[in-house]
Design a protein around this ligand. Structure first.
Ligand code: MN
Length: 312
């Protein structure tokens, strides 16, 4: 059942024992939102497998206590936050769940007891509206967490909309923190293993050119998302980075703003390729990921082939 932000309080009210669950490699948007909702409505916070580097930094600064892989069936209700496909939860989706999210994929909607899903630039914008419309007071740590989520998901406001700026201004106005503090929470220097992974990814990259489009494909077994972003920064229009995680293959993809403007939708593309290879995928138009089964090179080929077919 789709609900409005204003109905959230009434919908969550009957549940005594609530878990806010973040996706794998939980990022500042997921953590800031789960923290805000748990402080406002009660409940614990969990994440699947691990937190991202900036996620750890933010959780420490706002004092969010996050359970890794909590037993989801022990809760009356699990609210899945900032997540749109089952594979991002390592298939730990409980039978009773609700959803608060800003991605494009619809896979989790039908099974949810209730959900809010809107294509805002961050889940934090939705959560901010939930807090306002349910008359919740916001303390400094909650405000800082939501601001950090917005900064992170909009690439420091490069992809912001009027709604993002409006929410950011309101949060800063009541927040009790200075803007720089939220930025600093995300300024974590890359550690050695990440820098090695990115350089390896770059050195192994194969570039395919079709008219004026440059598509980069590479394999590395960690930091796939950061590597794909780095390849787009280096000049690729679209980058696919594959990695092996146990018996699963993960592919992260990023594309330039120009590619998005010209109609590329990576959420759709990775969803289709993921499902064709026994998994699933999704995300946003310009940033998406899949998890599937098979050989990294074969799944990378499928992504590239599908992309070349649709490039204008
Ligand atoms: Mn997000």
């Amino acid at each position: 059942m789709r609900i409005t932000e204003g109905q959230y309080g009434d919908c969550i009210g009957p549940f005594r024992n609530v878990l806010y669950l973040c996706h794998r490699n939980a990022d500042p948007d997921a953590i800031g939102c789960s923290f805000a909702l748990s402080r406002a409505f009660g409940g614990e916070i969990g994440a699947v497998d691990d937190l991202s580097r900036t996620g750890v930094s933010l959780a420490n600064i706002i004092g969010a206590h996050i359970l890794i892989n909590p037993p989801v069936e022990d809760y009356d209700l699990v609210v899945v936050v900032d997540t749109s496909v089952k594979t991002q939860l390592g298939n730990r989706l409980p039978s009773n769940y609700a959803l608060v999210d800003h991605h494009l994929d619809e896979g989790l909607l039908d099974g949810a007891l209730f959900y809010i899903q809107k294509p805002t630039k961050s889940t934090a914008e939705i959560v901010w509206t939930i807090l306002k419309e349910n008359g919740k007071k916001v303390d400094e740590r909650v405000a800082l967490g939501l601001m950090a989520g917005m900064i992170a998901d909009t690439g420091r406001f490069k992809r912001a909309t009027p709604g993002t700026f409006l929410a950011a201004a309101e949060i800063l106005d009541i927040g009790g923190f200075v803007y720089e503090e939220a930025q600093e929470a995300l300024s974590v220097p890359a550690d050695l293993s990440q820098r090695i992974a990115l350089l390896k990814a770059a050195s192994r990259t194969e570039v395919t050119r079709q008219s004026n489009w440059l598509v980069a494909c590479t394999e590395v077994n960690s930091f796939e998302g950061s590597a794909a972003m780095a390849l787009v920064d280096l000049g690729a229009d679209v980058a696919f980075v594959a990695g092996r995680h146990g018996n699963l293959i993960r592919i992260s993809a990023r594309c330039s703003r120009e590619a998005t403007r010209r109609g590329i939708n990576l959420a759709k593309l990775l969803g289709e390729v993921g499902r064709a290879h026994g998994g699933d995928g999704g995300g946003h138009r310009s940033a998406a990921a899949l998890e599937a089964i098979g050989e990294p090179s074969a799944i990378l080929d499928s992504c590239q082939k599908k992309l070349l077919e649709i490039l204008p």
